[in-house]
Design a protein around this ligand. Structure first.
Ligand SMILES: [Zn+2]
Ligand SMILES: [Zn+2]
Length: 244
């Protein structure tokens, strides 16, 4: 079991380094001119926050690795829907399955996130994530250990809810990590036309999550905005922080 845990730990450290630390270094340390043009705000962040984000994220990495190890042993029992050596698959099927996984994850995230904003859960658990009022890519794994456990449950959920193969799962987790780092980076690649477009407005953006940290009762979704739109939790001035 210890070998699987160490392997999971290495995967999670690699994930945090590739997606969060590299984007953080690019945006907050190198800060080239082309990035400066994409920043949502010019407010500066002190070094203490970066250190605290790495400390809290390190604990989350351990929690995620424990959940991955348990999931591996559950998978060994043979009851999951995960296919490790698929005999037939095509790109269209992979895109379809990954879209379903993202809708399931977005729904799970929206409702657990709303729950975490209630009373004692907010005060004692979700507060850790919101200590970063101004986020960086390093904030993406800054959770209280209980919240990290809740977030990591998407790992067993993703192999038990719908039939998936290893390619679906790999693409899904690549997008999860990339989107999480982008959502906290403080950089917005889209212009104001994006949230105003009838087809594109359903997809979430970095501004969407930036506003969640700035105005916590709003914008709870992850990849999409449909739960926020249906439940009336989309910030009324969602478009105002985009570039023209
Ligand atoms: Zn956040
Ligand atoms: Zn929150």
């Amino acid at each position: 079991m210890i070998k699987i845990f160490i392997f999971a730990l290495l995967i999670n450290i690699l994930r945090y380094s590739l997606f969060s630390i590299s984007i953080f270094l690019l945006v907050n340390k190198l800060n080239p001119e082309w990035i400066q043009k994409l920043l949502i705000t010019n407010k500066t962040i002190n070094n203490k926050q970066f250190i605290d984000e790495i400390k809290d994220s390190s604990i989350s990495i351990v929690v995620y690795s424990v959940v991955m190890t348990i999931t591996y042993y559950l998978f060994q029992t043979g009851n999951s829907n995960l296919e490790l050596n698929p005999t037939h698959y095509n790109l269209l099927e992979i895109v379809f399955t990954v879209t379903i996984l993202m809708i399931v994850h977005d729904t799970y995230f929206y409702w657990t996130h709303r729950l975490l904003h209630f009373g004692l859960l907010n005060k004692h658990i979700h507060r850790t994530h919101h200590l970063s009022n101004q986020t960086t890519a390093l904030t993406s794994l800054r959770f209280h250990p209980i919240e990290a456990f809740i977030e990591a449950l998407i790992i067993p959920i993703s192999i038990y809810i719908i039939p998936v193969n290893i390619y679906d799962l790999s693409l899904f987790y690549f997008l999860v990590y990339l989107f999480n780092a982008y959502g906290h980076s403080g950089v917005e690649i889209h212009r104001v036309g994006f949230p105003k477009n009838n087809a594109l407005k359903w997809f979430s953006t970095s501004v969407h999550h930036y506003q969640h940290h700035k105005y916590p009762p709003y914008n709870f979704g992850l990849y999409f905005t449909f739960w926020d739109r249906i439940m009336g939790t989309l910030h009324p001035k969602y478009c105002k922080d985009f570039r023209q």
